[in-house]
Each structure stands twice: as C-alpha cells, then as structure tokens.
Design a protein around this ligand. Sequence first.
Ligand code: T6T
Length: 320
Amino acid sequence: MNRLKAVVATAAALFLAGCGSGGGSGSGGSYKLAFVQGVTGDAFYITMGCAVRAEARKEGATVDIQGPQKFDPTLQTPVLQGVVSSRPDAILIAPTDVSAMQRPVEQATKQNIKVVLVDTTLKDPSVAASAIASDNIGGGKAAFNAIKQLAPRGGKVLVVSVSPGVSTTDDRAKGFQDAVKTDPKYTDLGVQYSQNEPQKAAQIVTAALQKDPDIVGIFAANIFSAEGAATGIRQAGKQDQVKIVGFDAGPDQVKALRDGTVQALVAQQPGRIGQVGVQQAVKALKGDRTDTKIQTGFTIVTRDNLDTPEGKAALYKSSC
Ligand code: T6T
C-alpha cells in the first residue's frame, strides 16, 4: 500500500476557445443563480453545493439548489423546467445524460438564461458558457494503476458504473478499460451498470463473483456503485481477494476504506468545480470572456494518506 502514493493530478485547466456574451437580468451583485444537481443526497453534489453557495455569497448573488431524487433525466428534466420558470439569470447543471438533457438545457438558454455545465456534460456542450469537469479519463486510468499495485500478479477486473450516457462515468470506464488493454496480465470483464442503485451494484458484484470467482479487482465508478460493490464483496467474504478502487470520497466510502473493504478512492474536487462554475456564470452574465472547457484534478486517497492534511482536504462533506 505504501507504493500507492497520493497523487494530486494537476488541476490543469484547459482553456479551449473562450466565449462570452452579455446579458442576465441581474446587475453587479444581484444575480440570481440556480444549481441543478445530478441527484439529491449525494455527497459529491452536496460538497459542490456548499462551494456554490460560498462563491455566490462572495459575488453577492443568490443561489437556489435543487435536484432529482434519482440520477435520471426523466426526473431531472421537470426539476430543470421548474428552475427555468423561476427565471434565474444563470443555471449551473450536472446533466444526467448526454443526449436526453440536451434539449431541456437548450430550452433554458432560449429563455436568455446562461448555462454552465458542472461535472457532467452534454453531447453538444456549445450551448453552455462553460463546462467544468474532472479529468475523468485520467481518473479511470489512475484507478487501474491503483489496482495494479494492489493486485500485481494480474487477473480479472470488472467495472461497475452508473448508466450508459453519463459523460463522467463513461469516461472513467473508458480510461480504466483503455489502461487494462495495455497490460496483458489483466483480463477485462467489461462494464456493468448499477443505475446508481447501491443494491443493484451489490447484486452485480455477487453475480459476477459467481461467474468468475477469481476476480482480483473492481473499479466502482462513483459513490453509489462503490457503496454497493463494497457490500457485495463483504457479503461474499472476499475482502482479502478482491481489491476495490472507487471513484469519489463520500463519508460511506471513507468508512469502507477504514474498514478495509475498499482499498483506494479517486477523490474529485467538487468544491473547486462549484466555485469555478459560479465564477464562469458571473463572467458570462457580465459579458466577460468565459472558458469553454475547464478540467479539474483528483487525489488518490488510501489508508496511508487518509489522515494527512492532503487526504483530509480531499474528502467530501455530507452537509455544509
Ligand atoms: O461521481 C460523482 C459525479 O462526478 C458523477 O457524475 C455522478 O456520481 C457522483 O455524483 C457520485 O455519486
């Protein structure tokens, strides 16, 4: 485990083409912002929301935070529509599907509302003033490197993700699978989808272990997949055989790391994404130049660095 060093990926900001246009009914410090989460009750979006509120306060702006009860575009669309009808100047949103959320987001921009994509993106993100996300491909690759260190002899590895069409988790799975291909000692068992339900993720792991009892590693691509994967491994009593690397660092995952069910976490920077999201929204409203695409980094958290200042700073909050 010592070799699993904490890696802070450079929070390299990719400033691809800039764009910005004036507008917004607010002026100076009176902007009305909204943040539409991917799902409520998720420590990643809660942490992001805390930073959104703090940054909005600095700007003298108000912010309304809402989200669907499930990570599902059919539930997120009406939430977004409700937010649009409250006439905010700008909306920060984590779209739950690259295709299904395209039109609803476009409808918002047609109402002269500035949109900033935070975390997840769309098929055509050009509708937004800015899109801010982690280096998800890099994070998936880092997850495989962690598994390689934990299970150096090689073997079968599985990805438990959310749903096809979620930009972040699709990229993480791709980063992981592309990395697996580079090492013939490992066999890729593919990606299975939990629909963001921990119970489903646990069932996936139980069934996968019945089919392939010699699995050595599981990459769980977000909080709820990791929670369920950990349950599946615990129920099978295979903590010693199967190494789990999970994306995100919510309280439940940190507990699983301490318990030894999960061996490494790829912690994103939800606070930074939220803070930069507000800054970009305000720039767009003021007619200043915005950055089309901004990439944020991640930290690998293990039991070795969990209690260091760096490890602690990377953990998510369950309330502000
Ligand atoms: O991993 C995050 C987020 O980046 C992803 O888009 C959806 O799942 C989380 O919110 C964690 O549950």
